[in-house]
Design a protein around this ligand. Sequence first.
Ligand code: GLU
Length: 390
Amino acid sequence: MKLADRVSQLKPSATLAVSTRAQELKAQGKHILSLSVGEPDFPTPVFIREAAKKALDDGFTRYTPVPGLPEAREAAAAYFNRYYGVNATIDNIILGNGGKHCLYALCQCMLNPGDHVLIPAPYWVSYPPMVELAGAKPVIIATAPEKSFKITPAELEKSLTPKTRLLLLNSPSNPTGACYTGEELDAIAQWAVDKGVIVISDEIYDRLVYGGLPSLSLCSWWERYPENFVIVNGLAKTFSMTGWRVGYTLAQPELIKAMTRLQGQSTSNICSIAQKAAVAALSSDLKEVETMCKAFERRRDLAMSIVSTWPDVVCPKPNGAFYIFPDVHRHYRERFPDSTCLCTFLLSEAGVALVPGAAFGDDRCIRISYAVSDEVLEEALQKVAKVLFA
Ligand code: GLU
């Protein structure tokens, strides 16, 4: 079959491909330790599930308004207002099918062919394809593990052209777990305002920060410069709700209306039942989130206590999300000359599923998700070490 050009070159999402392969091997009875997909291993908190059950029992099973139920949009706006001190209203919010779909829709609504989008690497796997699907050009800017994988305005400036339209920023970062400080974020935001570059701030991991660091958002910059900033968040990581597919975008009303038109012609509203669950989640006091966050912090410390002893491996200690991204390239050799070959080898020979750094724009590294039990984490890391240092 002749496929459209836009999909014929489209690669599958590496994160989802590796985790699907791991599940297939498990189904064949193989002992597989999967540290691949970024998915909390906790069940969705009971009070959220109860809200969904009630919606179902009440027969709340029909179409809702395209951008979401007013009460769900209100709850998302209230989240930003409560935690980040802004004055968002429902006109600033649209619910999408996960943060991922919000980002996709934003690219569709904001980019024209030939536009440039600045993407600091390592980046989340889906950013460049989303930009390309909108006909625009991803401009990848490398960062270094030695600099905690962070970008500076001076580095961004070097890639600025008259065609630069967007900067895709993600803090805490997938795949590195790096967190920008408030000052660093302010410097980047000010640079973007000065240069007329619009920042899409992917804040899906905003609640998962460690060591007493505050959750940060660029939404106060959005409030001051509504034309220059767009904020994306969602329930998947914060509330352990990956399968529910609830994301939300905070932006100025004109953009929300454009996204609503796009959504009305493509996916319509997101699941009505999930929206009722979202109201419960976003209106809650985040106590259960804090418990999950503490568990992730402990696992980060466990993972770091092991990986930091690995010789010739550089792995900055991350302060957020649930990934570490060690630079292991000094151990590449004939059997695994790059991150993709290494991860293929690890899966087939050691039964450990990891995502190659190449998928995130840094072939020196491998991504390890520590959103798994301590036992799985320890056993998997031992096996990785055995392969790396054999
Ligand atoms: N964002 C998660 C990850 O990076 C989930 C999978 C995906 O959508 O990429 O593993």
